[in-house]
Ligand binder design. Structure first.
Ligand code: F0G
Length: 417
């Protein structure tokens, strides 16, 4: 199969083939962007091609994958080179009680917590590990607040490549750490925050270890499929808004790129507006948005939504482009707002990890501010599964054990007998 991607450095403009062994620009360490050769068909023919691949019954993983279904816009590789669980095919969920809380009539939840390791990271990781094997990586590494490391560990196990993860010591939820260890990656707890872990991971890549954080262009190519799949599930009719939590800004960048490509290839005729939501204790991007993006801020991050406790987001410039091109918005929500939204999502029987609920809290905030109309169609992405971080839910339900009799008394009282 012919190479259909050129990697272009967004800092110095250098270009490389898609067999580059480095995840960032070898000459200036800038971020690389994957540029695709145009697919053979576009518009309705391309939609029909993607729709023809929605097959739930296939045995081979890459055929069922909600990432590789869009392979013309992801990565061209031979079928047997693909490392796939499979992933994607996450559901759209509607619950009136959550829509009412957010303040819109038409709220569609895309639950990425239904991916194999419980977060959207699997969509980027299937591509990154496929690529790691293509370039014969001896080892792979990432810095992580937990989800990336769990996903990396699972896909590296499947690829048979040793994996290293750098995590801020004591700041990763038990569920994510357990996954990472169980799948077999080597965990290096670092005395520092996520931003420091990422600096270390980037330095490790100078030793020839393949870096698979979202600064790796192939991660973004996979994560774009959250948007492609959402649009496909909506019959290629764009919603008015797409809301997502924002930390290191890889996903915001991927969403922007997906929408740019979907529009230019005629998959959709109208671009939804992006709403990126940060936790107020980790909101350098929201602050910059309020100031018209004139300054790149860095903060010392603090939030109980540990997945997005990030103060110096790596994909800053790309995310600025994503928000600007889609006439998007960036807001900050407090931990109280995040956990209030999470309680609503949880009690609806849907459930999500804390950071994910930021998207619902952000929609509610923009509706209250009059920026999102109550009759708008809003798609909100929940990025991770409730079981990733069960601590907060457990904390709110601590009670002493009941005796047999006391339990029966309680039941009679509740039932009213
Ligand atoms: N939601 C969840 C559940 C996450 O784990 C992350 C990022 C985000 C949202 C934010 O996405 O960084 O692309 O803006 N988690 C990374 C990790 C940093 O290491 O697992 P982003």
């Amino acid at each position: 199969m012919t190479a259909a991607i050129i990697l272009r450095c967004e800092s110095c403009g250098a270009t490389y083939g898609d067999d580059l062994a480095s995840a960032t620009c070898p000459s200036c360490d800038g971020l690389l962007l994957a540029e695709h050769a145009p697919p053979a068909v576009r518009g309705s023919a391309l939609r029909a091609l993607f729709d023809s691949r929605v097959v739930a019954s296939a045995v081979r993983a890459h055929v069922r994958s909600g990432v590789w279904r869009f392979r013309e816009l992801v990565l061209h590789v031979a079928d047997d080179a693909i490392i796939s669980h499979p992933e994607g095919n996450t559901p759209l969920i509607t619950r009136p009680v959550i829509a009412e809380y957010a303040g819109v009539d038409d709220l569609i939840i895309k639950h990425e917590g239904h991916n194999p390791t419980g977060s959207f990271k699997d969509r980027g990781m299937t591509v990154a590990l496929t690529q790691a094997r293509r370039v014969n990586a001896r080892a792979v590494a990432c810095a992580s607040t937990g989800n990336t490391s769990a996903s990396l560990s699972a896909y590296a196990a499947q690829a048979g490549i040793p994996a290293f993860v750098f995590v801020p010591a004591g700041q990763i939820s038990a569920g994510k750490l357990a996954q990472t260890i169980a799948y077999g990656a080597r965990v290096l707890p670092i005395d520092g925050d996520f931003d420091e872990c990422l600096r270390l991971a980037r330095e490790a890549s100078t030793l020839g270890i393949y870096l698979v954080n979202s600064v790796n262009p192939f991660r973004l190519e996979g994560q774009k499929t959250i948007v492609f799949e959402l649009l496909q599930q909506l019959g290629w009719q764009s919603p008015d808004w797409i809301a997502l939590p924002a930390g290191n800004l890889g996903n915001t960048s991927a969403f922007g790129k997906a929408l740019r490509e979907a529009r230019s290839l005629g998959l959709i005729d109208r671009v939804p507006r992006l709403l990126a939501v940060q936790a107020s204790g980790a909101a350098p991007f929201a602050k910059a948005f309020d100031e018209g993006f004139v300054t790149r801020h860095r903060v010392r991050a603090e939030t109980r939504a540990t997945a997005i406790r990030i103060g110096d987001p790596a994909s800053w410039d790309r995310a600025v482009t994503a928000i600007t091109e889609t006439d998007g918005r960036v807001v900050a929500v407090s931990d109280e707002e995040i956990f209030a939204a999470k309680a609503v999502v949880d009690h609806a029987g849907v459930g999500c990890e804390p950071a994910s609920a930021a998207s619902i809290a952000g929609v509610r905030k923009l509706v209250a501010a009059g920026e999102i109309a109550s009759n708008a169609r809003v798609a909100a992405v929940l990025t991770g599964n409730l079981l990733k971080d069960p601590g907060p839910a457990m904390d709110s339900s601590r009670s002493a054990p009941l005796s047999y009799g006391a339990a029966m008394d309680l039941l009679r009282k509740v039932i009213g007998q």
